[in-house]
Design a binder for this molecule. Structure first.
Ligand code: 3PG
Length: 399
């Protein structure tokens, strides 16, 4: 069901679940507002239909109690700027402030509720506790629209239980994200290349397993690559290493070979004496990382090889930076991969950047969103989708 299936929305109160979980700096300023911007079209569409829009969302991982640093107020302010209209803010989620705020809404108005995760019921593993919170939420509105693609892999009150309590539909962002990712899982144009990075291989095991049966080419960088290099028998010095995953990764390398999937690993590495922008660093061979150094980026030879491989693809999915890109000396690998994706997009390939971190990385490196076919707002959600897992927040919309 989409918003069009909900019938007339004029005068109706819509509870809209968005993913407004944006990165903040130490001073509490938003460093990447991509998710807020991505939530705007659905909000605007509901306003245009005459609905009273009550946005609910989470920020960070507070433990079921209010914490000032996780307040959604700055995010609500940013939303107001982007919408070009005032946005009311409720200082709680289902209490007095929420009720009063919703009562004050006129048709076409927008309110944001305080962080859902200030309430233990939102993320509770206890079905009854979640249900009780979802009941309270449901009393605020007439219908529910699920547009927080980044949270559809979470079985949480505002994502899952609520959809059983109100007439519901998927919002435009969820529709778009599912459409794009379904294309990758069902009929990717080949060659299909997947670039994976990020710190931990243990976060990516499921998706690697699933992709070994789908992708033609798997390019690996980021902190997780050192577990691959170790699996090939190389010393990785002080680099990140998940020793307990080495045997498993060795199995993937063998499996890939049997299936004819090409796994491309870096041949050179930028190795530093410590995790710092000022540390002494040099380019070393990937199979000869000195014992007193840690790899913090793929090297120039690898960046060129990755770019060349990406250039041959018709479909590319990318999740996870190639190095510690937030420090300038270790940004070149991520920059090269982003550029290669942008170039191949211009040549007509379908490119999808998945994940909050990767999305923030490409923007921080100066790429505009339309340099790629699609920048997903989902990190874990997009990976679990590609993995073929059942996502509770999507499943419940189909029931
Ligand atoms: C994300 O950042 O991936 C989503 O907002 C989900 O957040 P969570 O991992 O804290 O559930």
């Amino acid at each position: 069901r989409t918003i069009d299936d909900l019938g007339k929305l004029q005068g109706k109160t819509v509870l809209l679940r968005s993913d407004l979980n944006v990165p903040l700096d130490d001073a509490g300023a938003i460093t990447d507002d991509g998710r807020v911007r991505a939530s705007v079209p659905t909000i605007q569409r509901l306003r245009d239909a005459g609905a009273r829009v009550v946005v609910c969302a989470h920020l960070g991982r507070p433990k079921g109690v209010p914490e000032e640093k996780y307040s959604l107020r700055p995010v609500a302010d940013r939303l107001a700027e982007l919408l070009g209209t005032p946005v009311l803010f409720a200082t709680d989620t289902v209490g007095e402030s929420a009720n009063e705020t919703v009562d004050r809404l006129n048709d076409g108005d927008v309110a944001v509720l305080e962080n859902l995760r200030f309430n233990p019921g939102e993320t509770s593993k206890d079905d009854a506790e979640r249900a009780a919170f979802a009941d309270q939420l449901s009393h605020l509105a007439d219908v529910y629209v699920s547009d927080g693609f980044g949270v559809v892999h979470r079985k949480q009150a505002s994502v899952y239980d609520i959809a059983e309590r109100l007439p519901q539909a998927a919002g435009g962002l969820v529709e778009t994200e599912v459409g794009v990712l379904r294309q990758l899982t069902e009929k990717p144009q080949r060659p299909y290349a997947v670039v994976l990075g990020g710190a931990k291989v243990s976060d990516k095991l499921g998706v690697i397993e699933a992709l070994l049966g789908k992708a033609d080419l798997l390019l690996i960088g980021g902190g997780m690559v050192f577990t691959f290099l170790a699996a090939q028998g190389h010393e990785v010095g002080k680099s990140l290493l998940e020793e307990d995953q080495v045997a498993r990764v060795r199995g993937y390398l063998a499996d890939a070979e049997n299936r004819g999937v090409q796994i491309v690993l870096p041949t050179d590495i930028v190795a530093a004496t410590e995790f710092s922008a000022d540390a002494d660093h040099e380019v070393v061979a990937a199979d000869a990382i000195p014992a007193d150094r840690m790899g913090l980026d793929i090297g120039p030879e690898s960046a060129a090889a990755f770019a060349q491989a990406i250039g041959t693809a018709k479909t590319v999915f990318w999740n996870g930076p190639m190095g510690a890109f937030e420090m300038q000396p270790y940004a070149a690998g991520t920059q090269a991969v982003a550029q290669a994706l942008a170039d191949v997009t211009a040549k007509g390939a379908t490119t999808v950047v998945g994940g909050g971190d990767s999305a923030a990385a490409v923007r921080q490196l100066g790429f505009s969103d339309d340099a790629f076919s699609h920048i997903s707002t989902g990190g874990g959600a997009s990976l679990e989708f590609l993995e073929g897992k059942t996502l509770p927040g999507l499943e419940v919309l189909e029931s």
